[in-house]
Design a protein around this ligand. Sequence first.
Ligand code: ZN
Length: 142
Amino acid sequence: MSLESLYQEIIMEHFKAPRNRGEITTPDVSISMNNPFCGDEITLHLSLQNGRIADVKFRGRGCAISQASASLMTELFKGLPLANASTFASTFKKMMRGEAKSNETEPLGDLVALEGVRKFPVRVKCALLAWSAFEEGVKGKK
Ligand code: ZN
């Protein structure tokens, strides 16, 4: 299997069976964002405890890239200190701008599957939607 088709597989798998889909009853962070260029929508819920992401859930609809990116992000973020999650968010954005080195993107795990989206600039917004929601939602939180 080529790397490209493996990456395609990861994206489609998360799109069809998204992780952490749903809502948190009393979230500390609740934020909705959309990407009008593609019609993607994401609602992100976070539950924070002692500076950690105790729980994270999302609802959304839209293209495979936007939904897979959200699913992969929540999988990575669950249980992480908020500071680490914010660092990952910066790294992911750098990767999508083509500015990250491979040793920087390594901790992102399966998320590197989305790097290929860079070849389609209009889709980069799809990949970034959940991450922008996260950054906006946790602004000023520690
Ligand atoms: Zn999209």
